[in-house]
Design a protein around this ligand. Structure first.
Ligand code: ARG
Length: 493
């Protein structure tokens, strides 16, 4: 450490290595290195425009910041307690204290760090929305290829009724559509500027908060300066979005693991997403899906850490908050990778259509349709039909009309064929394809309904992608505008 610009006034003894390591946020701060420079630039430009620093000082600071940006984070001294002070100290080394020492006027690390976290997190949220759109696209296009692929639907993990793979995959895709909406909603509370709140009580310098807000592409301010430096509800909200995404992925991953077993044999993963055993040469294991399931623990753990760290903190800034931030980076990194990997798994897996079709009727999955058919053909109440088919299910399943009549005699004292039930009706009720075709109510698995649903979901996906593109453009434009303002300031000298 060349000169400790932070401690030299107030503190006499330096922390030893262990204390330094314990208190430093340098490791996690690699996430906010570039954001911090953007914040420094916007603040410096505003200070000059407000007449708080001279044009020549602004020039010197901006030149120095560009130089530091070019050198990258590795050129910084990592023995400081955080990136902000390391960066400012480097600036002072480069351009002298009379110039560089003016950058932190009207600002504190408290509003600075909150601004940096929001800048990086908003980009990550936009990235996550892109990843979720990719996954939804992958699920919808696999669904589109499997509108006629029969499979058993499950409740309690027991064969329940026939459905199609398309129906099953759209169910998952629509959940990720809501995850997209949740991410977008959280984004609106992230993209707000805390800058100018200073330590917590704002500042007596004549700063312009809305100017730095606009230069950094924030939609609005976190107005109250105590709220601005101390609130991390946006982290908790985001971590909860990530945990939700990971839970949804984990549920899918569990199915992928099961469906890859010899017992199910519904799918085979692409080798890319599989591993083998170091001892059992025949093994093909669905490790990527298992790890998606396992890594949901990282997202849940991060959310729990954030909640626990923020609990009971008095206003305003407390150093505890430093411990909150790494949780969000850990969680977003894991979540985004898991979403992208799941998109790849779904897009490349081989579907064993024959096995799924065969299994679609295992366990008398057409029993509900048989009971419904009895109701429609004979007028007996559903509960009575349920009892008759229930008794038949105790046997081998898939009964003949004669067997149905025999049970009906025992239950209601008359035959159902006498009340209009025919062989054809029974045969149709037991046919899984006609089961599916009949289920054409909104959201059901009938091929026509699935085609309608796929179309409308693809329209929503398209609209979401457009929304995302315009948000990305707004952010990109604001950052190039900031860099434009910076080079204009520099060129004036
Ligand atoms: N590294 C700190 C954090 O992440 C930056 C703010 C430090 N502020 C302070 N008053 N010590 O929270």
């Amino acid at each position: 450490m060349s000169s400790d610009i932070l401690r030299r006034g107030r503190l006499a003894t330096a922390p030893d290595e262990e204390i330094t390591k314990f208190t430093s946020s340098m490791d996690a701060d690699k996430w906010i290195f570039e954001a911090d420079i953007a914040v420094d630039m916007a603040h410096t430009v505003m200070l000059k425009e407000q007449g708080i620093i001279k044009e020549s000082d602004c020039y010197g600071i901006l030149k120095g910041l560009l130089n530091i940006k070019e050198g990258g984070i590795d050129k910084l001294d990592h023995t400081y307690e955080d990136i902000h002070i390391s960066l400012e100290s480097k600036l002072i080394d480069l351009v002298g204290e009379d110039v560089g020492g003016r950058m932190h006027s009207g600002r504190s690390r408290n509003d600075e760090v909150a601004t940096c976290i929001r800048l990086v997190l908003r980009d990550e949220m936009l990235g996550l929305m892109g990843d979720l759109a990719l996954l939804r696209g992958s699920l919808y296009s696999t669904a589109d290829k499997n509108i006629d692929t029969l499979m058993p639907g499950f409740t309690h993990l027991q064969h329940a009724q026939p459905t199609t793979l398309a129906h099953h995959l759209i169910a998952h895709a629509n959940v990720f559509g809501r995850d997209f909406d949740r991410t977008l909603s959280a984004y609106s509370r992230i993209n707000l500027s805390p800058l100018g709140a200073a330590a917590f009580a704002s500042t007596g310098f004549n700063i312009d908060r809305s100017r730095t807000q606009k230069l950094l592409g924030f939609d609005d301010l976190v107005e109250n300066s105590m709220d601005a430096v101390s609130s991390r509800d946006f982290l908790i909200e985001s971590a909860s979005v990530f945990a939700n995404v990971m839970i949804n992925l984990s549920k899918m991953a569990e199915e992928i693991v099961m469906w890859s077993t010899a017992e199910f044999d519904f799918i085979e993963l692409n080798d890319m997403y599989s591993s083998t055993s170091s001892i059992m040469p025949q093994k093909k294991n669905p490790d990527t899906a298992e790890l998606i399931r396992g890594k949901s623990g990282v997202a849940i753990g991060s959310l729990m850490s954030l909640l626990t760290i923020c609990k009971s903190l008095p206003l305003s800034y407390n150093r505890d908050l430093q411990e909150a931030t790494p949780n969000i980076w850990r969680s977003i990194e894991t979540t985004r990778a898991a979403v992208r990997i799941m998109a790849g798994i779904v897009g490349t897996m081989k579907v064993n259509i024959d096995v799924m079709t065969e299994q679609s009727v295992t366990g008398f999955t057409t029993a509900t349709e048989l009971a419904d058919t009895i109701v429609r053909a004979t007028g007996v109440p559903f509960r009575t039909a349920h009892q008759i088919v229930g008794v038949l299910s105790r046997g081998k399943g898939e009964p003949t009309l004669g067997e149905i009549d025999a049970v009906a005699h025992n239950v209601i004292g008359e035959s159902l064929s006498g009340r209009g039930l025919t062989e054809d009706m029974v045969r149709e009720a037991l046919d899984p394809r006609s089961n599916i075709k009949k289920r054409n109510v909104t959201g059901g698995p009938a091929p026509d309904e699935i085609r309608r649903s796929l179309n409308s979901n693809m329209v929503k996906l398209g609209k979401d992608e457009q929304k995302l593109e315009s948000l990305n453009k707004r952010i990109d434009d604001s950052i190039s505008n900031l860099l434009g303002v910076v080079s204009e300031c520099i060129s004036k000298q």
